[in-house]
Design a protein around this ligand. Structure first.
Ligand SMILES: [Zn+2]
Length: 398
């Protein structure tokens, strides 16, 4: 079986190994070595990239305990190759991975949560946690307590130790959860209050993680999913958030501390301005009502028909129609565009004998619209042509 060099030394970036097998895999080749420092995807930690001699390593997996390196060219069996791993990628994974242990440890110690799985992606990393009584959320204060606990361990730079204990030693260890394997159990201990079985790579001390920030806690598949950032990822997030906060504060000519208050005051002002604007629009439109009647088409019966589109929402359209039909002998066929579709309000004075509900329904239906209502007042919607159709129907009925 491949000797996994990273078990002893997670900081080993170069090594020499012998090619035991090389099998074609599509356009690539899968290579088995006698020894390797490449980490294969497992336990939620992604594979290392790097080179084997001239060949690029593009994937690393475990099959039946053997570490297979997917490379972009053939390497002859028996060849001695020099391996180099991409250290920036590996170290980032080590930071995320150790942060996972620490958050899981704190959640277990402080709240009794049992972490089920880890997933390190290119952006955030997540753990799924089974909380006591099936809880799937915790408060912001509880999240802060976990973050403070983890970062306090980081600042104390507690040691991170990995080893393969003998069977009797293993039985006596205070593990956070039972190992999922029974042989060659590898233990990772962080400080004196976190210990669990793990085959991954971790820094030698917590200080190297630098910073841990939880970015979200949300229910997922009946568990609580905690997303977090560690190391440079957390620092980059801090840069991003600080830049955004400062840019926003500058727009408000204030400091970051006053940002929330400034936004809330702005929202209030905006709301008041919108209310005032809609009051003024209404006033302005209703003041044109008399003019609309003077410009109205007069039917043979003497009924004045105000048929027009105005700029209004449905409520204002109803207000205008009501105002127009306060006068005797008026029919109001009003429309307002809402995107490509129109909303309609039809109304008539109490002394006019035309059914608005029927008129709107019969005009709208053939044009794919809909509408209806009472004999004196109806509402509907559809294409803009409905208004003209209603007006023609009125004239024809004369
Ligand atoms: Zn681990």
């Amino acid at each position: 079986m491949t000797e996994r060099l990273y078990y002893d030394n997670a900081y080993l970036t170069e090594f020499d190994g012998k090619v035991l097998e090389c099998r074609p895999n599509g356009d690539n080749f899968d290579v088995l070595l006698d020894r390797s420092a490449f980490y294969p995807t497992s336990g939620g930690q992604p594979f290392d990239t790097g080179t084997l001699g001239e060949a690029k390593v593009i994937d690393v997996n475990v099959t039946d305990g053997e570490v297979w390196h997917t490379v972009d060219r053939e390497i002859p069996v028996g060849a001695e190759v020099h391996g180099k791993i991409d250290w920036a990628r590996r170290f980032d994974h080590m930071q995320q991975h150790a942060a996972d242990h620490m958050i899981a440890g704190a959640l277990h110690r402080m709240m009794g949560g049992v972490t089920i799985g880890l997933h390190v992606s290119d952006e955030v990393s997540t753990i799924d946690v089974a909380m006591p009584e099936g809880v799937t959320r915790i408060t912001d204060e509880e999240i802060r307590r976990i973050e403070l606990d983890v970062n306090e361990h980081i600042q104390r730079n507690v040691p991170i130790r990995c080893w393969f204990p003998a069977e009797d030693e293993l039985e006596a260890l205070p593990l956070r959860k039972k190992p999922t394997v029974s042989e060659h159990v590898r233990i990772v201990a962080i400080g004196d209050d976190e210990m669990v079985a793990c085959g991954g790579t971790h820094p030698a001390s917590a200080g190297q993680i630098g910073l841990v920030k939880i970015v979200s806690v949300a229910p997922a598949r009946g568990k609580m999913r905690v997303a977090f950032l560690a190391g440079q990822r957390a620092l980059n997030d801090y840069f991003k958030c600080r830049e955004a906060a400062h840019a926003a504060a500058e727009l408000f000519s204030t400091g970051v501390d006053n940002l929330t208050a400034s936004i809330s005051a702005m929202q209030e002002k905006l709301h008041a301005a919108e209310t005032e604007l809609s009051r003024m629009k209404k006033e302005q439109l209703l003041s044109r009502a008399q003019g609309f009647i003077e410009d109205a088409e007069v039917l043979e019966s003497g009924v004045k028909v105000v048929a027009r589109f105005v700029e209004a929402d449905a409520m204002l359209l109803r207000d205008l129609a009501s105002k127009l039909i306060e006068q005797p002998g008026v029919i109001a066929l009003l429309g307002a565009m809402n995107g490509a579709q129109a909303v309609y309000v039809f109304g008539r004075s109490s002394d006019v004998n035309v059914n608005m509900g029927t008129l709107l329904r019969d005009s709208a239906r053939p044009l794919g619209g809909k509408g209806g209502g009472k004999p004196d007042f109806a509402q509907g919607g559809g294409c803009p042509e409905i208004l003209g159709a209603a007006l023609s129907a009125l004239k024809e009925a004369e």
